[in-house]
Design a protein around this ligand. Structure first.
Ligand code: 13P
Length: 236
């Protein structure tokens, strides 16, 4: 999709500015935890349930520590965007996730160390630990490499995310979706922790994998633990 012309407006509503503040808090939290730094990665949040509402996303190439709520870019579902800055170069996969995954209220992309290490090896995270069930099934898949910011990358990411709320991106990083910013942040931390534990276990041998019925049993228990029900339900 060709991006529609940038509209240089800063007519954000109070609600949009509040969402912008939440996005920045999430970015700074990711940075404090060492999951992103500088301008790596990006964060977005859906504006509302309506088809034309679109989402707010971090601007491209702006360090998180200087970002202000009014710096966010508003992207519509037709790919048009407005704001005083260009949206993140990865707006395409954020847009495609919101379009195809109605449960997605927020999307986080990181270059976090352990997840990216596995992604550089094209290694998915298998069911070596029961917490993998938090992401919708028995693995977190890894997609092939494509240039950042391209439709090709978005298509690969979407496929790897089928039935899952996280995916590794070949030679690139991690992408996570959740119903809200806090939930997406929590899932990002969990995905990076699983990547770290898998990497460590793999140093010592071949980690034992849980079976499909064992993972199904955990998913069933997660449905009544904390948030309940959703594909990514589980411990808060
Ligand atoms: P942006 O600054 O355009 O969001 O790009 C950072 C990034 O991580 C690209 O994948």
């Amino acid at each position: 999709m060709t991006p529609a012309k940038l509209q240089l407006t800063i007519d954000f509503t109070e609600q949009e500015l509040a969402l912008g503040r939440q996005i920045i808090e999430t970015c700074r939290d990711l940075e404090r935890r060492g999951l992103n730094q500088g301008t790596s990665g990006n964060v977005s949040a859906r504006l509302g349930p309506g088809a034309q509402d679109g989402f707010l996303i971090t601007p491209t190439a702006m360090p998180y520590d200087v970002m202000q709520p009014g710096d966010m870019s508003r992207v519509r579902f037709d790919g048009g965007h407005s704001g005083r800055h260009e949206p993140s170069s990865e707006w395409r996969f954020h847009l495609d996730i919101y379009r195809t995954r109605p449960e997605a209220g927020a999307v986080i992309h990181t270059h976090s160390g352990y997840a990216t290490t596995l992604a550089c090896l094209r290694r998915e995270i298998p069911a070596f630990h029961y917490m993998i069930a938090l992401f919708g099934g028995s693995n977190i898949r890894c997609c092939e490499y494509a240039t950042y910011g391209t439709q090709e990358l978005s298509t690969l990411v979407l496929k790897a995310l089928e039935g899952r709320s996280a995916a590794l991106m070949g030679s690139h990083g991690l992408v996570v979706l959740g119903p809200s910013l806090p939930r997406a942040l929590m899932l990002t931390v969990e995905a990076e922790t699983l990547a770290m534990m898998y990497w460590r276990a793999a140093q010592m041998g071949a980690p034992r994998l849980l079976s499909e019925p064992q993972i199904a049993a955990v998913r069933e228990k997660f449905a009544t633990y904390g948030y309940g029900g959703a594909a990514d339900s589980g411990p808060p």
